[in-house]
Write a protein that binds this ligand. Structure first.
Ligand code: M6R
Length: 615
């Protein structure tokens, strides 16, 4: 959840690290800090602050040259999402050992830090923070006998938990050590120096040549070199990869917020998810990463989709696809629950993990539990090289491009489409006819156009969202595969506007929540012209009778909802399988404009982080 950037032998190191941190701020933004090995003063400049990277930058800028030095050989920087200890200056990273020789930045959780801390204190070490991470600095100091890499490896061998870590030492001004277990570290090679980060977004301005560390890897970085080993000091070889996107994808490019940019990127993102993956002739999906044999597809008798948050809502939409199209009983599991409730898994069970980041701790744990029990695991991830993507047996990348806004938007619609194509692939190897397949392929091909048409309604949606911008409570209701879209609409609204919003199955409303309806509680009803619409019309009337204003998402050309709803937002007519995409985009815009009107901090909502790497 935290962001790490580190560098050695890099020109303008301070600004490179600060710019990198700003690009990682979406991962966590409670506090920030930097430690730089000064070339002139032979000491470390350590600056930390609660709050965002801009505050850290200001603090650095306010220091005199004498106080801070100008030239730095190596540095580590961090933006934090607090787990152990409040977001204060002392709890901000980097943390150092008692003598101030080693400075560490850490992403992850040290589960046995209490016992380690107690032992280290008994041995005379002085702790300054309440964090679990600080033990690492003291452990490295304890293990140090002149070999930097070996000291960090020996320290890491003593910890239980997860880490992406970068360590700086006053004894080795031209080197850094980085390591990973459970939290990503990617190394970026530049002409002279070496950078490392928790995310390629921090590196893309400086290099397109990267190396992803695997769990258990540790690397000594020095100008022009990355020596990668395992914790037993044996060299390991990791492939150099090219990042295939440029700086523009991690910049706002004229949009007020990343969230709005990413909403508007959906036609392209969806096209990229679909590209080359449909066979018109056979009415089938060609998903090379999903290399199940025809027999495995035929034998599949159960699908479990494990995911969290928005990705779970996409999975809930997928549940309808697998049952309707492929005839395979499907369940959606909250990933956090999966491994603790002893799930029943047979050899023909397919477990699908959907995750934008590919790093969500609970989803990863579900994948590992499923694999342990012999299931075939499939990953649907956006981030290339992410942990889930690497651990599953097979998978599909979304190719949606980096998603920076904490509120997930384009990843959701691309996940829905990836799940639809997966269902089509399975369906065609089972009972779906070629004709039905061809018709679905045409519908899927239309999705980018549909998305673009919804975006044309931006002004209308803005007007509607602003009309209700004073409401403090909302309900979102839907049926069929639009029920999970209603859940997603409510999640989007609450996470960026802090307004209470609940998603409900339209029929469930009258089993309790209807008690809350009154004139200042708007209901957003997903009343598209797909099977179930007549029923939702009845539900809309039930809401209107309680004086709740109803905002209905409808289908263009279908006027049947207009007289019961206060406002309608028509989206283009589409098949029952693709309507969740267009409807979700309308709700994303609604949430965005609602929150923007209320002056909320949209890209970095309070208490949240983009990638939830703790349980
Ligand atoms: O990276 P993942 O898709 O696994 O993340 C899962 C959730 O943490 C994520 O979808 C979260 O709910 C978003 N903030 C929703 O906008």
């Amino acid at each position: 959840m935290c962001g790490i950037v580190a560098g050695v032998g890099i020109e303008n190191l301070e600004s490179v690290l600060l710019d990198g941190l700003s690009r990682l701020e979406y991962r966590g933004y409670d506090s920030a800090g930097i430690a730089l090995n000064s070339m002139e003063a032979e000491s470390v400049l350590l600056v930390k602050t609660p709050g965002k990277v801009k505050k850290l930058r200001k603090k650095l800028n306010s220091m005199s040259t004498e106080e801070r030095g100008l030239q730095f050989s190596a540095g580590v920087a961090h933006t934090r999402w607090a787990t152990h200890g409040a977001p204060t200056e002392v709890n901000a990273h980097p943390h150092s050992d008692t003598a101030g020789t080693f400075f560490i930045v850490h992403n992850g959780i040290i589960e046995n830090y209490v016992e380690l801390k107690k032992r280290l204190i008994d041995e005379g070490q002085k702790f300054s923070s309440e964090t679990d991470s600080e033990v690492l600095a003291h452990l490295v100091a304890e293990c140090y006998d002149g070999d930097f890499l070996k000291a960090v490896a020996a320290a890491l061998k003593q910890v239980k938990g997860t880490y992406g870590v970068a360590v700086l030492s006053t004894k080795h001004p031209d080197a850094l050590v980085v390591a990973r277990k459970g939290s990503p570290i990617v190394i970026g090679l530049t002409a002279n120096g070496v950078l490392a980060a928790s995310d390629t977004a921090a590196l893309v301005a400086h290099t397109s040549e990267v190396i992803y560390l695997d769990d258990g890897d540790i690397a000594l970085l020095s100008p022009g070199n990355a020596d990668i080993r395992n914790l037993d000091d044996l060299p390991v070889s990791r492939e150099k990869m090219k990042i295939d996107w440029d700086l523009s994808v991690v910049e706002k490019s004229g949009f007020e917020h990343f969230m709005l940019k990413e909403i508007f990127e959906q036609p392209k993102a969806l096209r990229d998810t679909i590209r080359g993956r449909l066979d018109h002739e056979q009415g089938a999906a060609v998903l090379s990463g999903l290399n199940l044999s025809p027999k495995e597809m035929l034998d599949a008798n159960r699908i479990i989709i494990a995911a969290c948050g928005t990705s779970m809502h996409a999975g809930m939409v997928g549940e309808y696809f697998f049952e309707d199209l492929a005839d395979i009983p499907t369940e959606i599991e909250q990933a956090a629950e999966f491994r603790y409730r002893n799930p029943i898994i047979s050899p023909n069970t397919l477990v699908i993990a959907t995750s934008q980041s590919g790093e969500t701790a609970d989803t990863l744990a579900a994948v590992r539990e499923a694999a342990r029990k012999g299931a075939s695991t499939i990953g649907i991830c956006n981030v290339v090289g992410s942990t889930i993507a690497r651990e599953v047996d097979r998978g599909i990348y979304l190719h949606a491009g980096p998603e920076i806004g904490v509120a997930s938007t384009k990843a959701f619609t691309c996940q829905v489409v990836a799940l639809l194509m997966t269902a089509l692939k399975l369906a065609r190897s089972r009972r779906l006819t070629r004709e039905a397949g061809i018709s679905l392929v045409s519908e899927i091909e239309r999705i980018p156009e549909l998305a673009a048409a919804v975006l044309e309604k931006n002004d209308l949606i803005k007007e509607v969202a602003e009309k209700y911008s004073e409401a403090e409570n909302f309900f979102f209701i839907g049926r069929g595969n639009l029920y999970p879209v209603a859940l997603e609409g409510a999640l989007k609204l609450k996470e960026i506007s802090y307004v209470h919003a609940e998603g409900y199955h339209a029929a469930e409303l009258k089993h309790g929540p209807i008690a809350l309806l009154e004139e200042n509680v708007p209901v957003v009803a997903l009343a598209n012209d797909v099977p179930g619409k007549e029923k939702i019309l009845g539900n809309i009337q039930e809401c209107a009778a309680r004086k709740s204003p109803v905002v209905a998402i409808t289908t263009e050309g279908d006027d049947s909802v207009a007289e019961s709803a206060d406002v309608t937002i028509p989206v283009p007519r589409s098949s029952v399988f693709t309507t969740p995409v267009s409807t979700a985009i309308a709700l994303q815009l609604f949430a965005y404009h609602f929150a923007n009107k209320r002056g909320c901090e949209i890209d970095q909502p309070r208490n949240l982080a983009k990638s939830v790497t703790v349980e």
